[in-house]
Write a protein that binds this ligand. Structure first.
Ligand code: GLN
Length: 534
């Protein structure tokens, strides 16, 4: 294909309609036709990245190989397409303005008045085109966060208008809206969609394709009506009906011929069908499990499922591989107490202690680790979860009663989890942790090495604290072994308990690398042992 094609996905009527899933599904379908595709997310908030956002605000912070702290939609993109994303795939208004203001300070604008149009819009354009020109993808699918009509989205929509004008046949706009069902009158209503398209038209953007989220089948009459009011080809009015799992959406979109209409509108051949064999195989296994297992996810944000999105999805991938339905029991770490923890955890076949920051919920996490360790329950600790495992072992096995992480207790005499040397002078918050992919060498014969079937791995990170190597000998002598290291720095990446069914703590985040096509080996192994623990 000669020129990169740019597809923009906007949203109207309501937020949380699933633009990310539609964008990922379209990427999957185009990929299934042999094209190279990347997804990008433009976020209209002023934070430079979501790294500084509390998960209650914006769900999980997803981390890429190159160490970008990004929106959780990038996780969907990777899980669907199996193609790594990077900093370039997530741009916020904060980053755009920062770049423009930095250029202004350097004198790059030669005395001109710096304005939203053209300077901000040009910077947005540069960031969109970068993925096409630099990485030469056939398709760049850019999702605009927020809802059309929001003040914050305006510069992005204006950029889409300009790019459509400049690129002609190489750009296309998909607008996602909601067709609500009014139970009282038993009717599906198209007016919100009409209004949403109208507000898009007011900004000069004519959508080429409409994807309508709905709880009920849309009749051809409704589609024709929407097409007529919105100046859209009736074949380009696509229904996106509620489904059992997000992983059904690519198949639904294939049925609806979303990929074919997109190709046609972009002047490409729409003959044939995208190949989704592996995907379908995964879905069949996911939907027809042969067994079930209950695993506890212990964390402090469990009331907001999006805070642990990648972990939950990793269990779906690993469950399918094991032909086993994983029932996640979400356990609030603040609610685990000495009095109730045994009762709360007694039915679990596996326990995962989640990543996190700060002191809240720590004691509950320690109790969860203690329970897993003492009762031989398969355990996976991720990042803070690994650090908690170390603290628990120090307190209850090494009998260092005040053992702690310096993050939780800067005064402790036994900082078994230490602040990393390079973090000691860091004062700024955004993008300053140990972030992104680092190599790790696994010890032969360890549970980890067995799970991966290889000794060298690379995993993504997001932390400031680390295992304190001054205590390594003591831990090892008492049975908690370091089984994975970063060879360059000596940083302990993995700990395991020898005399235990399966007890693994990892400083990295395996959940960021699990995809439908490549379920993560640690999750696959964890589910396998939990299943056999039934
Ligand atoms: N708070 C811990 C640290 O900074 C763990 C971070 C995490 O779980 N992502 O090291």
């Amino acid at each position: 294909m000669s020129a990169t094609k740019y597809i923009f996905v906007t949203g109207g009527v309501a937020s949380s309609l699933g633009k990310g899933i539609i964008a990922s599904s379209l990427a999957k379908l185009l990929q299934g036709r042999g094209y190279s595709v990347t997804n990008q997310k433009l976020d209209p908030y002023l934070n430079v990245d979501p790294g500084t956002l509390n998960p209650y605000e914006h769900g999980e912070c997803y981390v890429t190989d190159d160490g970008a702290e990004t929106d959780l939609d990038l996780g969907h993109y990777e899980r669907f397409t199996n193609i790594p994303t990077s900093q370039a795939n997530n741009v916020t208004t904060g980053r755009i303005y920062k770049n423009v203001i930095n250029k202004e300070r350097k004198g790059d604008y030669l005395g001109k008045t710096v304005q939203i149009i053209p300077h901000i819009t040009d910077e947005i354009k540069r960031n969109v085109k970068l993925l096409g020109t630099k990485n030469k993808f056939d398709f760049v699918i850019t999702e605009i966060g927020g809802t059309v009509g929001d003040i914050e989205s305006l510069p992005y929509i204006e950029t889409v208008r300009q790019l459509k004008w400049e690129m002609g046949n190489d750009a296309l706009v998909i607008h996602l809206t909601l067709v609500p069902y009014l139970a009282a009158s038993g009717e599906l209503k198209t007016k919100p969609t009409q209004h949403s398209v109208k507000s898009l038209l007011e900004t000069g953007v004519q959508p080429d394709v409409l994807v309508l989220r709905t709880e009920h089948e849309l009749s051809s009459d409704i589609r024709r009506k929407v097409a007529l009011f919105c100046n859209v080809d009736p074949r380009a009015v696509i229904q996106s009906i509620d489904v059992e799992t997000i992983y059904d959406v690519p198949l639904k979109m294939r049925e609806e011929k979303l990929d074919a209409i997109v190709l046609e509108k972009l002047g490409l051949s729409s003959e044939g069908e995208p190949e989704l064999k592996e995907w379908t195989k995964f879905l069949n296994r996911h939907k027809n499990p042969k067994s079930e297992v209950t695993i506890g996810l212990v964390g402090k944000y469990v009331e907001l499922k999006d805070a642990y999105k990648s972990i939950a999805e990793s269990f779906i991938h690993a469950g399918a591989t094991n032909e086993c339905k994983v029932n996640l029991k979400w356990i609030h770490s603040e609610k685990l107490t000495d009095a109730n923890y045994e009762n709360e955890l007694k039915d679990l076949k596996g326990i995962l202690v989640a990543p996190g920051f700060g002191h809240r919920g720590m004691e509950g996490k320690i109790l969860a680790v203690k329970y897993a360790r003492e009762n031989n329950v398969p355990f996976l600790g991720i990042c803070l979860g690994m650090q908690v495992a170390v603290i628990e072992y120090a307190r209850n096995v090494l009998k260092l009663e005040d053992a702690d992480s310096l993050e939780m207790n800067p005064q402790t005499d036994n900082p078994v989890i230490n602040l990393m040397e390079e973090q000691k002078n860091v004062t700024e918050k955004g993008g300053t942790m140990r972030l992104g992919a680092y190599d790790c060498q696994l010890k032969e014969g360890s549970n980890c090495a067995k799970a991966y079937s290889r000794p060298e791995i690379s995993e993504r990170h997001r932390h400031r604290y680390e295992f304190n190597n001054d205590y390594l000998e003591k831990f090892e002598a008492a049975g908690l072994k370091a089984t994975g290291f970063n060879l360059e720095t000596g940083l302990v990446e993995v700990v395991e308990i020898e005399d235990h069914k399966w007890f693994v703590g990892v400083q990295f985040h395996p959940e960021y690398k699990s995809t439908v096509i490549n379920p993560h080996p640690l999750f696959v192994e964890f589910v396998k042992v939990a299943k056999s623990n039934n």
